[in-house]
Design a protein around this ligand. Structure first.
Ligand code: T4K
Length: 380
């Protein structure tokens, strides 16, 4: 087996500090679940593990209705379909490409607005000026798991009759004043990709607020089938299978401990980097229960004396593999750069942030020595 074709050699990954490392369930526990699945011979299509994971995730996340998906991109695409979104969708350029791609895959026009320099989320002050008669929805992102200003976004949506779909791919378990961030908007989506705080290998979910919508989404993700011969709409196939649901149930038992370990990594980084001139990081918001999904730092080259890319290159040379999430900015990609709203003049903050960010290694298994090695790269 060739272990080298992913950018480094997996056989020697212990020498590298990667940006993340997946939370893996106990193998013997997983074997027990697999034995059950093998016994039932029911491996997908809303099986018992799938049903149980939906139930347990609703409890864990404090939401009433949730539908599992095969990844975090298809719920974005499906939410836009289910809500009948047409025309233009206001969104943020500062995200993973999946956010804007989901809009494009629905034949809709993304309209980019700039971000807030403190939270890196869509700036609510910029939304109203981007609304046209064609606008029907807003798709913000709780980037890095930091909550958007959901109250202001909702007030604007209500004023203009717009739908709001939150890309909450990074916001697993995040709460504001004790309330799940997933309660905001018409729908929210999660990603359970291997690189996320909570993973089901690949996977995701769509969160909605009523039983009828949950039922409709469940039909849509299964080709539109509502019974053996009834098809309610042109659906798609985006179901999670039993193996990944079983894996997900086991990971749910250890996700709190993983978030606590991540919190400790974040505290260590903050303590070590707080006085490094030219390096800044996101604020801890007292009303927020954070999940420590990512630890982005922002490099002010003039003050720090080294550009972001120089620091990134130095880290890489020393086997510390940070990542420039989210660079390049989506609006600068050739697929979208011709859009009027993609002009860099319209998005000065997002361009500046995308050009200065490095996400430091952040996962539950980082050792003290590894955290030290990361810090050494940055503290001169
Ligand atoms: N919306 C937002 C805001 C998102 O951030 C994402 C995904 C989505 C929507 C879409 O959700 P999904 O459809 O993906 O569920 C990664 C992920 O593939 C992607 O899920 C994620 N966001 C994005 C931010 O990052 P890459 O291309 O950086 O992944 P990759 O393969 O380079 O992995 C990064 C590092 O993680 C590796 O260097 C080591 C570690 N890793 C990765 C994998 C896959 C492991 O240790 N083991 C693994 O199995 O995109």
């Amino acid at each position: 087996m060739d272990t080298t074709k992913i950018g480094f050699d997996l056989e020697h990954r212990d020498k590298l500090i990667t940006v993340t490392s997946p939370l893996l369930p106990d193998l013997s526990e997983l074997m027990k679940s697999l034995e059950q699945i093998w016994k039932y011979k029911w491996i997908t299509n809303n099986g018992p593990f799938h049903q149980k994971l939906e139930e347990e995730l609703c409890n864990y996340l404090h939401v009433d209705y949730l539908s599992l998906f095969t990844n975090g991109t298809l719920p974005l695409i499906t939410a836009l379909q289910a809500l009948g979104v047409k025309g233009e969708v206001i969104t943020t350029p500062y995200s993973f490409v999946a956010t804007t791609h989901a809009i494009w895959w629905n034949g809709l026009k993304p309209v980019f607005v700039d971000i807030d320099p403190v939270t890196c989320n869509m700036n609510p002050d910029k939304i109203e000026e981007a609304i046209t008669p064609q606008t029907t929805a807003i798709m913000p992102v709780h980037v890095y798991g930091t909550p958007c200003d959901t109250e202001r976004i909702q007030a604007i949506a209500d004023k203009y009759g717009l739908k709001v779909i939150y890309d909450a791919a990074h916001a697993f378990g995040v709460e504001v004043n004790g309330k799940s961030i997933l309660q905001a908007g018409d729908m929210s989506t999660l990603s359970f990709h291997a690189t996320k705080v909570y993973n089901t290998v690949e996977g995701g979910a769509l969160i909605m607020h009523d039983k009828e919508t949950k039922q409709y989404i469940d039909h849509l993700k299964n080709f539109g089938f509502s019974g053996e011969t009834e098809i309610v709409a042109p659906g798609i196939n985006s179901k999670m299978d039993e193996l990944r649901a079983a894996y997900g149930l086991l990971n749910l038992k250890q996700v709190d401990a993983a978030i606590e370990s991540r919190r400790q990594v974040a505290m260590a980084y903050k303590e070590a980097l707080k006085d490094v001139e030219g390096i800044s990081f996101l604020p801890d918001l007292p009303e927020v229960k954070h999940n420590y999904a990512y630890f982005p730092i922002f490099v002010d080259a003039d003050v720090y004396g080294m550009t972001r890319d120089e620091l990134y290159g130095k880290m890489k040379k020393n086997n510390v593999l940070g990542r420039r999430y989210f660079y390049p900015l989506i609006s600068n990609l050739s697929s979208y750069s011709a859009l009027e709203s993609a002009a860099p003049d319209n998005l000065p903050v997002a361009n500046k942030v995308a050009d200065s960010v490095i996400c430091l290694p952040m996962h539950a298994e980082l050792t003290k020595e590894e955290i030290e090695r990361v810090i050494e790269q940055i503290v001169k």
